[in-house]
Ligand binder design. Structure first.
Ligand code: TRP
Length: 443
């Protein structure tokens, strides 16, 4: 067997994992879900879920990948035998589902970016709606989706070091810089405080009990961290013993949460300053692509520059995420069938394109794909992972973490959370989410 590739350095892995985590989920998904009315309750729940539930699961995924050195498809089987192969399949099917519609969202982003660069911004709401209608239907949506998939494929076919690590090292710092600049700029707008207050700070205690708010918080936490379906298994399988996984997990989760908050601190001031609250409160998946360009359109050149920076930033963030989605089927095919990387990339990319066509042509399908693959399945995967490493193969967890010299108190804490706290909390989140989803669909 050929020697498995490895990351060049500790930071290479952390930046790649953070690059996967930070994506449209932080920029688009956070704004979209935060605007659905949960307010500060949504924000608090989301942060609490990340700290209490997601961190131990994130470490588990990393342990599973590193200790088996296998792709997500085979890792559960190699760790605990063939009975666990359905978990491996979940880890392949879910990223394919997400990857299929993620490329469509990337296409919209690219279209909006190109439009802002070459043609400028819409001058009013109805122009923006017409524009969004044109990018989200017909042949241009398929073109945007295809270009995004091809770019993703080029990076992934260049390998773990030469493609994924290289792009992440470059992209993640740039993205963070742009984000800070834009958040500072947004802090000077007239509606800044109104924006923060309306969407992020208003605490309505009854929202803690609103099933949709709970589902949004769970979904946002898992989706945004790329958690629950083997992404981190794939990336960690290229690690050696040096990395202290709990530390890496904290870095990734902090970067990811910071980016989500910063993104909200950009989008909501714009929405409030330009009187677009109605657009966003009837929140649909297209909201950000309509409200942001409209708001910025009233600011002339400054607005155009901000729009270009924002959508460029979103596209960079999206590509460092989509490569992680593609890496899962690619590494699984390489592992299972012994194919070379290029062939595996070619076939997986083709599959993603075909699977994405229904989402490209129908917004309703896209929304449903997002709720199932980007929501419920991630929470289910997180539940299985915490049971798996907490109860089925707990020694693997201890041995792997002991091997990298991580602090034993941290290890004990993580193990405790993984066994006793994560499973019931995630099970609760899963049940609430499934029920809420069906209720939403049937009403
Ligand atoms: N986390 C990315 C985002 O926020 C999207 C993503 C990439 C993802 N890989 C994933 C989400 C795996 C869930 C699972 O946009």
């Amino acid at each position: 067997m050929a020697l498995r590739e490895q990351w060049r350095s500790r930071w290479g892995f952390v930046l790649a994992a953070a690059g996967s985590a930070v994506g449209l989920g932080n920029l688009w998904g956070f704004a979209y879900r935060a605007s659905e009315g949960g307010g500060a309750a949504f924000l608090l729940l989301y942060i609490l879920i990340v700290l209490v539930v997601c961190l131990p699961v994130l470490v588990s995924e990393m342990v599973l990948g590193r200790s088996t050195g296998s792709s997500p498809l085979l890792a559960p089987v190699n760790a605990a035998g063939p009975r666990w192969s359905p978990m491996g399949w979940l880890f392949v099917i879910a990223p394919l589902g997400i990857g299929s519609y993620y490329a469509v969202l990337m296409g919209w982003t690219l279209d909006t970016l190109i439009h802002s660069i070459f043609f400028g911004l819409p001058s009013n709401l109805s122009e923006a709606e017409t524009f969004f209608g044109s990018i989200s239907s017909g042949s241009s949506v398929l073109l945007g989706q295809l270009i995004s998939l091809l770019l993703t494929a080029i990076v992934v076919s260049a390998g773990v070091r030469g493609g994924i690590e290289r792009l992440s090292r470059l992209g993640v710092p740039i993205l963070f810089g742009l984000l800070l600049i834009l958040a500072l700029w947004a802090a000077t707008l007239s509606g800044t405080w109104e924006g923060y207050r309306t969407f992020l700070l208003k605490l309505d205690a009854s929202q803690f009990f609103n099933p949709s708010t709970i589902r949004n918080a769970f979904t946002q936490a898992f989706f945004s961290l790329s958690l629950g379906i083997g992404i981190m298994v794939a990336y960690s399988s290229y690690l050696d013993k040096k990395n202290q996984l709990p530390k890496e997990a904290v870095s990734v989760a902090s970067i990811d949460t910071a980016v989500g908050l910063l993104a909200g601190m950009i989008t909501f001031p714009i929405v409030m300053s330009f009187g677009l609250k109605e657009v966003i409160s009837g929140s649909t998946v297209g909201t950000l692509f309509i409200s942001l360009p409209t708001g910025l359109g009233t600011l002339g050149l400054t607005g155009r520059v901000v729009a270009i920076l924002f959508f460029a930033l979103a596209y960079i963030a999206a590509i460092t995420s989509s490569i992680s989605l593609l890496e899962v089927p690619v590494s699984s095919i390489m592992d299972r069938l012994g194919w070379g990387r290029s062939k595996a990339v070619f076939v997986s990319t083709g599959l993603l394109f075909v699977l994405g066509i229904p989402s490209a042509l129908n917004l309703d399908v896209l929304g449903k794909m997002d709720s199932i693959f980007g929501g419920v399945l991630l929470i289910l995967g997180g539940f299985l992972l915490s049971i798996f490493l907490g109860w089925v193969v707990p020694n693997r967890f201890d041995e792997d973490l002991a091997g990298c010299n991580s602090n034993h108190r941290v290890r004990r804490y993580l193990k405790f959370m993984l066994r006793w706290v994560s499973p019931p909390v995630i099970a609760f989140g899963l049940i609430v989410s499934v029920v809420d989803l069906f209720q939403n669909w049937s009403s």
